[in-house]
Design a protein around this ligand. Structure first.
Ligand code: SF4
Length: 71
């Protein structure tokens, strides 16, 4: 079978403690450094990700509905 040309790169410092580390390499990503370049690795098991609370919706400009006159 032909090689895909994917060369595994060693883990980076931020990977230490992650469950996906196998020796010097990551068993998920070929290039761990690339995963950390843009922020936290999406597959990291050892990092608590900040969950953003959905912002409360502020409704502006709504008018109270007029009550229909009861007969
Ligand atoms: S999953 Fe992410 S944090 Fe874990 S070893 Fe791989 S690249 Fe590193």
């Amino acid at each position: 079978m032909a090689q895909l040309g994917l060369e595994k790169k060693p883990i980076v410092d931020q990977c230490k403690g992650c469950a996906h580390v196998e020796g010097e390499f990551c068993n998920v990503w070929a290039s761990p450094a690339a995963k950390w370049r843009l922020g936290t690795c999406p597959s990291a098991t050892h990092v608590q990700r900040e969950t953003k609370e959905p912002e409360a919706k502020v409704r502006v400009g709504q008018q109270k509905q007029k009550k229909k006159p009861s007969k």
